[in-house]
Design a binder for this molecule. Structure first.
Ligand code: SF4
Length: 276
């Protein structure tokens, strides 16, 4: 659950909702049995709500196909909605102590800068990450790599206080920063303010209070064009997050609405920045 939340939300913003989720859904089955609308409501504050639906769908699959127990196998993990390469590896390593490298945008920067001082293709980054794994304490090593990227080797790196500066090729050799175009490294997100993501958040916030007529939502989003309002509603409906009956709109899976989307298709799966 924490890895899905951490896909696109900072750790400091995940802690409180994560505790809330664990309390309400101590097992995958508890989440699967809850209406999607409740999961969407509890998701408030985390952003990118397709992840909430993916999590709910994954809980249902874990209940049906894996007897209510999160699978340990990497391929089984990858088969779950919303679980990409990064998330599967993180769960396998941190929860099940498997010998698999965790490769996300933070680790991608460290590999490109410190080890190679060149732009890395995804397959190269993966090969390097695997080759670096120690014989023991793999989870600890993975955590250290993630922290190195998150604390020091950031998009704007803090080389002067970095613990591996004396071993870093980019630091020693100089040249253009090799990280930005490396395969595992994500690009900066487009601004949230004024985006459709923000509008989707406003619609979902309103619907958490209860179903609305489209007329009421028109008032809620009166500062944007009718076409944009329709686009936002249609995208939420397409993602299986809201249900429209006539001109009445509600959260999917609420008493008034029934979830219209099945499990997210593979192409819809939410991926961590490093999963692309
Ligand atoms: S010295 Fe700078 S570039 Fe090299 S790993 Fe540390 S933070 Fe990254």
């Amino acid at each position: 659950m924490s890895e899905v939340m951490l896909q696109q939300t900072q750790t400091s913003r995940v802690i409180e909702p994560w505790q809330r989720f664990l309390e309400r859904f101590p097992t995958p089955s508890a989440c699967a049995d809850a209406p999607l609308a409740e999961v969407l409501t509890l998701w408030q504050g985390l952003g990118y709500p397709r992840r909430a639906k993916a999590l709910h769908d994954a809980a249902g699959i874990i209940q049906e196909r894996f007897g209510g127990v999160v699978p340990r196998d990497l391929e089984d993990l990858r088969s779950l909605p919303g679980v990409g390469e990064y998330t599967a590896a993180a769960v396998a390593s941190f929860a099940f102590a498997q010998r698999v490298a965790v490769l996300d945008t933070n680790v991608g920067r460290v590999l490109a800068r410190a080890l190679e001082n060149r732009t890395l293709a995804r397959s190269e980054a993966r090969r390097l990450a695997d080759a670096l794994l120690p014989r023991n304490d793999v989870a600890l090593f993975n955590q250290a790599m993630l922290d190195l990227g998150a604390q020091f080797c950031r998009a704007t790196p803090h080389c002067e206080i970095c613990p591996v500066a004396s071993h870093c090729r980019w630091r020693q050799e100089g040249g253009e920063d090799p990280a930005p175009n490396s395969a595992a490294v994500s690009r900066a997100q487009s601004p949230y303010e004024g985006s459709n993501r923000q509008l989707r958040g406003r619609v979902l916030r309103a619907l958490r209070e209860g179903p609305h007529s489209e007329g009421q939502l028109d008032v809620t989003l009166s500062d944007v064009s009718a076409q944009r309002r329709e686009d936002v509603l249609a995208s939420l409906e397409r993602d299986g997050l809201v249900t429209r009956r006539g001109r009445r709109v509600s959260l999917a899976g609420s008493r008034e609405g029934t979830s219209v989307g099945g499990p997210l298709a593979a192409s819809d799966s939410v991926v961590k920045k490093g999963d692309r």
